[in-house]
Design a protein. Sequence first.
Length: 372
Amino acid sequence: MKLDAIRVLGVATAFLFASAACNADESGRSDGDDGGGPGGAGTPSTPGTAGTPGTAGTPGTDGTPGAVVAYGLSADPSLDLVAVATGSAAGPVTVLNGNDGAPLHVLKPTTQKTTSPIVRQARGLVAVADLDVVWVFRSDGTLLRGIPQSASINGMALSADGTVVMITRDGDGAPRRFQVTTGAELPRFAPNPDAQYGASIEISPDGAHVVATGGGRVSLWRVADGALLMQLPGPAYDVALSATGELAVVGDIAVSFYSLTGASQGWFPAVGYARLAYSSDGSKVAISTSLAGSYQGEPTVVRIVDRPTGAELATLYDGNQGRPTSGESGASVTGMAFLEHDTAVAVGWSNRRVTLFGASDGVAIWSRVLGE
């Protein structure tokens, strides 16, 4: 079946599952004023209603990844490198050449406590959150240090200049930040009222703001003084900040866009387990979405959306993913990142595949299954 035909079926069936799906048609844009859009921002003292929601050891030896499952993806645009977090016994993170997808290094912390580590990259550094330790590597596989934590890490972000790593943990109430070069903790932010956990966290490209989910809502801090600037009501599962000062929030059936003062700037339908990534200049955002909802067994595509107009510029679809058979779910997107001066988008899939697409035409440049 052609992709356009699949899309039509997806739109028809999505309305039957209004709690988990929405219209994902070709127009792909709805403004907050059209009804059903996100509400306005709360204040730190009156947040909106919540939705449901060290010392480094000796680095291991580089090796060839074995049978693995892709859990997450990050990229270093300065070097055109892609790092994929995996469940491999050979090492939890594989670094790929962004130009052709060739495996370059396997990053192996001294301890491996989880099969689904979080990975972030910037300026030749790779940070790997392994349960309760943040391991910092050079992109060539050299282990620099470990930054131990007293509780499990839920979310992690690495500043664009590679100098600061931030994490969210259960019970903290606010993100914690650490200096990469020394591992020392930096002054803490103002607490997030009633937040007992945090999942997604991002640092703005200029390093001036930090946004995180927690307690069923989104919180925004100013880095300079740690002040909690605003909170937005949930549900919120993933967040991102653009170079133009736009905040994107993944909810149940859409990605909502806001200014840093909380003003609504539209929304875009995103069905299923959506992921998102901004281009380096903030002019585009990649959004993954299932064609007919997370319960329909439909393929997942990535849509490139212009900001702020909301126009869909391209649809990325890897035919190798195929259409799931009856009773099976499709391969979901585990992470995305723009590469090659924003002309390409790397996509990690839950079935071990990593694909690099052209950002303007949606054509797959290379596609590789880890372990093959």
